[in-house]
Every structure is written in structure tokens, then in C-alpha cells.
Design a protein. Structure first.
Length: 160
């Protein structure tokens, strides 16, 4: 806990330092439901989904989780690609969504198990907001956030 005269900040991270197996056991035995994305399909109970539950395409996610999300939410991945292509920017300094899409199509990627159609009004509103934002001048120079990138796999067969 941290405190000063203006506020108190309490940081509660009960499983932060637990090994993965202990977290899984805790989730399995808990009466509180947890997010289905940890599994291959809702209710599967197989732990073959995402290793972390966060934003769908999170810059902190592992390559496997990003490839899984690209399979599960292809329309969202395409929207990210649209941003990269319009701005000349990169999802992460080391990986572009366009490279991850190519890798998912041509190399080994996890089976998504389920594909979210992203065809509702919320996604349409997001898409509209993103496209409107792309009409404005960028707030930063994209090349500041981009490096040369890194290979997604050894001997990747995806065309460049």
C-alpha cells in the first residue's frame, strides 16, 4: 500500500507471482467463473486458449496469444492492419500485425477453436471511430516506434 496526503493506492495482485499451474488450479476450484478465452472453446476446460486474459490484441501478449487472437478475431486484426498501412506505423516495434497475419496464414498458428464474427454495432462503431481518426494528422512520427523487426520463427515459410 502507498499513501500520501492526497490519496491511498492499494495494489492487490493475489496471483501475480504464482506459477501457472497454481493459477489454473485456483480458477478450476473457484466458484467464481473466469473468462472462456483461456480455453479452446467456451466451456471446454482444456486450457488451450490464451495464456493471459487481456486486451484482444495486446502489445504485451506472447506471439502464440497474438496468433490465436488473429484467428479468433480476424476482423479486428484487419482493422489493426488498416491502421499500420495508413499510418506506416507498427503494432509493436518488433512485430507488425501484417507480419503476424502472414505468419498465421503460412506457418504454424494455434487453432482458434472459435471465430468471433465482430459483426455487431459495437465493432461497427469502433471501425468508424478508427477510420475517422485515420483521417486526422498523426500525433507522432510512426518511425519513432518502429525498428527493423524480428523474425517470427526460424525458417519461416511466409513470403515477405
Amino acid at each position: 500500500m502507498q499513501a500520501n496526503s492526497a490519496r491511498v493506492t492499494d495494489e492487490w495482485l493475489p496471483v501475480k507471482d504464482w506459477p501457472t499451474d497454481a493459477v489454473k488450479e485456483s480458477h478450476t476450484s473457484a466458484t467464481v467463473p473466469y473468462c472462456w478465452t483461456y480455453h479452446s472453446l467456451p466451456g471446454a476446460g482444456d486450457w488451450l486458449g490464451s495464456s493471459r486474459c487481456s486486451c484482444s490484441l495486446c502489445v504485451f501478449a506472447s506471439r502464440r496469444d497474438l496468433l490465436l487472437t488473429i484467428g479468433r478475431r480476424p476482423r479486428l486484426a484487419e482493422l489493426y492492419t488498416e491502421v499500420e498501412q495508413t499510418r506506416g506505423d507498427s503494432f509493436r516495434p518488433d512485430w507488425r500485425i501484417t507480419d503476424l497475419l502472414r505468419h498465421a496464414a503460412h506457418c504454424e498458428a494455434p487453432d482458434p477453436g472459435i471465430v468471433c464474427p465482430d459483426d455487431g454495432p459495437d465493432f461497427t462503431a469502433l471501425q468508424t471511430q478508427v477510420r475517422q481518426a485515420l483521417q486526422r494528422e498523426p500525433r507522432k512520427k510512426p518511425e519513432l516506434a518502429r525498428r527493423a523487426g524480428r523474425a517470427l520463427c526460424d525458417g519461416c515459410t511466409a513470403p515477405h
